[in-house]
Design a protein around this ligand. Structure first.
Ligand SMILES: [Zn+2]
Length: 259
């Protein structure tokens, strides 16, 4: 699932194509929004909030989208869509005279008044990638979860927003913290590290949790169960964290990150 770094990359690319421009296409293929036509509105900007994206328009409305598991925004020159904008998986098309942004497999599409954005993102904790995020506060919010395992807490977007299973694994590995350690015991700056890793990834030519690109070099632990820890050589282990029915994988090194 795309995490904060990917959503920030998307917002920057969408800004490059749309910000300050008038839409000539604004189609939403999402249930009751199917009749909506956003053409004519000027895009003020694209603002990531955790894993959510808010596309603000000059008519007082905000398009709220979420990539969920497999969503993506594909951007091409206007007139060069080659039918991609008509594929059945497309949920939104935002186009200017020069560029067409095609939202595929989006997991959520909403249209709200800009002054009502809190209705769609108000439940989220502080956005770890926001310019003004208070990392001390984030650490306190995490520790206030008391006995909950840190792995589950970092995935809980109502505590802090932006981390998914990738940066959960990489941030805890960086600080030698076991994913099942009670949150109240975590004094290591895992939120600051998650922010640092995600911003570095967003600024890199390709997404990377390690600062390196290239096959097999862009992650330290995530998705590497059974393969040697890059620090000590011990095989990486995968466990599940989160409430019953909503378990998500957490990868860690049992030697570097003891229980
Ligand atoms: Zn290790």
């Amino acid at each position: 699932m795309p995490e904060g770094d990917i959503v920030l990359r998307v917002a920057r690319r969408m800004d490059a194509a749309l910000a300050g421009q008038r839409l000539v296409r604004g189609e939403l293929r999402w249930g009751r929004l199917g009749d909506t036509d956003l053409a004519g509105a000027v895009v003020l900007g694209n603002h990531p909030v955790g894993k959510h994206l808010l596309t603000r328009l000059d008519d007082g409305r905000t398009l709220h989208t979420h990539l969920r598991m497999d969503g993506s925004w594909w951007i091409t020159r206007a007139g060069e869509e080659r039918g991609a904008d008509r594929a059945h998986r497309v949920r939104a098309v935002l186009g200017t005279e020069r560029w067409t942004c095609i939202g595929r497999l989006l997991g959520m599409v909403d249209l709200v008044r800009t002054r009502d954005e809190h209705l769609v993102v108000g439940h989220l904790g502080p956005d770890l990638l926001a310019d003004d995020v208070d990392l001390e506060e984030c650490g306190e919010r995490v520790r206030a979860q008391r006995e909950r395992p840190i792995g589950a807490v970092l995935l809980d977007q109502t505590v802090v927003a932006g981390i998914g299973t990738l940066y959960l694994a990489e941030s805890l590995w960086a600080h030698h913290v076991h994913p099942l350690r009670p949150a109240r015991e975590v004094t290591e700056p895992v939120c600051a590290t998650a922010r640092h890793l995600m911003l570095r990834s967003a600024d890199s030519p390709l997404p990377t949790a390690t600062g390196e690109n290239g096959p097999g070099r862009d992650k330290h632990v995530h998705g590497r169960a059974g393969r040697p820890c890059r620090r000590c050589g011990t095989p990486i282990v995968e466990i599940q964290v989160g409430p019953p029915g909503m378990e998500r994988p957490a990868f860690f090194c049992p030697h570097c990150q003891p229980a």
